[in-house]
Design a protein. Sequence first.
Length: 354
Amino acid sequence: MPSPSMGVPGLKRGPSSRVRVLVLLLAASAVMFTFSANDPGTGPLSVVKGAVQTVCLPFRYAGAVVSSPFSGLSNLASNLTADQGSLSELKEENERLKAENAQLKESSLAADRLERLLELQNTYRLESTGARVVSGAVDSLTSTITIDKGSSQGLAVGMPVTDSYGVIGQISSVGPTTSQVRLITDERSGVSAMVQSSRAQGQLVGQGTDMLRLTLVRTDQAVEVGDLVVTSGLGGIYPKGLLLGTVTSAERPSGALYYEILVQPAALTSNLEEVLVITSLTQEQTATAEETAAADAQEEGKAPARQDQTQQSQQGDGAQTAGSGSDGDGDGQTADGQGADGSDAPAPDGQGEG
């Protein structure tokens, strides 16, 4: 008879073996935990741990790459499920930041323009006052602009006006708080000018277009395309040396005494914002006696320099425009019928620029 201690064939063992395996694993884990806690970082467990991490690193990267699209989809789903109030707040914040950015940019541009005007004032030592354009030229062909200063601020008809790029024109009528400026592109405008490189004297006149004509320059003078044209200081109206424009063409007609010269204005009169009104000149800002004599010798007949001098003396004697009263309407006209801006053509009687 078989011994009771021997197993019966076909009879399964109880759970005692699995319990023993579990106990052994727990004991091994406890031992490894103890060693890991006391391991200074250079023991065998650290070596094994580093090796396992190195082997598993590519799999970790691959898992991150695979899971990233799902993370993005999760964020998108979160945004789509955001409440309407949060989306409206974000939109309002975005609009506010855009408005602030535009305001800061506009302030920066205005500061740059004012800095250039101040630099011009200091460079030429101009006795001048700043003004803002309140009614600008619609396009380059418009003949006048309106500025926000008038007789109450000491402005008067005939005062020249410039911006940081070049001469704009002259005040043609004055009211208590505003003034009108006739642009140099106007057909009635004229400025005593010279070619900067050769010092050839002439008269720069408007054509009612976006180009100017430099007249009375004799063909024995040197004029080339690209030459700068500046104010000559003759007559004491404009300070000497202010930029007027650039020669774009200079032709010598056969048998003619004078050039046919076109000049591109330096100032863009269609988008003016701030200007300088020149209130008075110093002695050094006017043409010398030698320059005046040279201009008289160059020109035939009545020289523009003499016209400017006549107009200047008449203004100094108190000649005023017909409409320079409180309403600021009407163009100035001197006693001999010459326009108050120094141009050749007289201003129309009884007509306002406004």
